[in-house]
Design a protein around this ligand. Structure first.
Ligand code: URA
Length: 230
C-alpha cells in the first residue's frame, strides 16, 4: 500500500467511515488490490452484514439515546424505494419505519398508486431517532449516509420517493425548499435513479389541504415509472 493510501485509510478509520475493498487480491503487505477483482465479491456488505453494521453503529451521538436502530423494511428487490427523515418515538420503540400516524397515511398514499407497504422498500436518512424529534444534525446525516447508500445499491430501485423536506434535501444534497423540489424528476448518483419529492405524511396530517399536491406528486412518480417501462 502506498503511504498516501495508508494516510487515506487512517483518516477514514478515524472518522469511522468503512472502506470497502475488493477481496481476494491481497498484496504482500496484506492490503488489497482491486485489479481483476470479481465485481460480485466487492467486499461491500450484503444485507445481513449491513443490518449488523447498522444495529451496532456508534458513529454519532444518537446511539446513546436510541432504543434500537430502525433499519428499513419491505421488499429488498423493490422497484420503489421510499425514503423518509428519521424514526420517531413509535418507530424507535418498534424498530420499524413509518409505523405511527404518519406511517398509516404513508400506507394510504402508497395504496392510492396501487402499491402496498410490502411491495416497496422503506428506509430513512437516519437509522436512529433524534431526541424530541428534532431535525437531524449535519454530522448525523453524514455519518448515516453510507448505510443508506448501500441500501439503495442493494435494492437498486427503479424510482425513489423522498418524503419531506429533510429527506429530499439530504438525498439530493441541496438547500432548496421543498416547494421547488417537488413537481420535477431529479436523478441520483451515477445510476441516475429518478427521485420524486413529495410532502411528509406528518406534514399532510397537519395541513390536509396540501394532500392534493401530494397526489400530483404520486401521479408524477407513477408516470415516470410508466415511461421507464415503455
Ligand atoms: N417519519 C419519518 O420520516 N420516518 C419514520 O420512520 C417515521 C416518521
Amino acid at each position: 500500500m502506498t503511504s498516501a493510501e495508508a494516510r487515506r485509510r487512517a483518516y477514514l478509520k478515524a472518522l469511522e467511515i468503512d472502506v470497502y475493498t475488493m477481496r481476494g487480491h491481497g498484496l504482500p503487505d496484506g492490503s488489497q488490490d482491486s485489479t481483476d477483482a470479481d465485481p460480485s465479491d466487492s467486499g461491500a456488505p450484503d444485507w445481513g452484514e449491513l443490518r449488523q453494521q447498522v444495529a451496532a453503529c456508534t458513529r454519532c451521538v444518537l446511539h446513546r439515546t436510541r432504543t434500537q436502530t430502525v433499519f428499513g423494511v419491505g421488499n429488498q428487490l423493490a422497484d420503489w424505494m421510499i425514503i423518509g427523515e428519521a424514526p420517531g418515538a413509535e418507530e424507535d420503540r418498534r424498530g420499524e419505519p413509518f409505523v405511527g400516524r404518519a406511517g398509516k397515511l404513508l400506507d394510504e398514499m402508497l395504496r392510492a398508486v396501487n402499491l402496498s407497504r410490502d411491495s416497496v422498500f422503506i428506509a430513512n436518512i437516519l437509522k436512529c431517532r433524534p431526541p424530541n424529534n428534532r431535525d437531524p444534525a449535519n454530522d448525523e446525516a453524514t455519518s448515516c449516509r453510507s448505510h443508506l447508500d448501500r441500501q439503495i445499491e442493494l435494492v437498486s430501485p427503479k424510482i425513489i420517493l423522498a418524503v419531506g423536506r429533510i429527506a429530499a434535501q439530504r438525498l439530493l444534497n441541496t438547500d432548496a425548499p421543498l416547494g421547488n423540489l417537488r413537481g420535477q424528476k431529479h436523478q441520483l448518483g451515477t445510476g441516475r435513479i429518478p427521485v420524486i419529492v413529495t410532502y411528509h405524511p406528518a406534514y399532510l396530517l397537519r395541513s390536509p389541504t396540501q394532500k392534493r399536491k401530494a397526489w400530483q406528486d404520486l401521479c408524477l412518480a407513477r408516470q415516470v415509472m410508466e415511461e421507464l417501462r415503455e
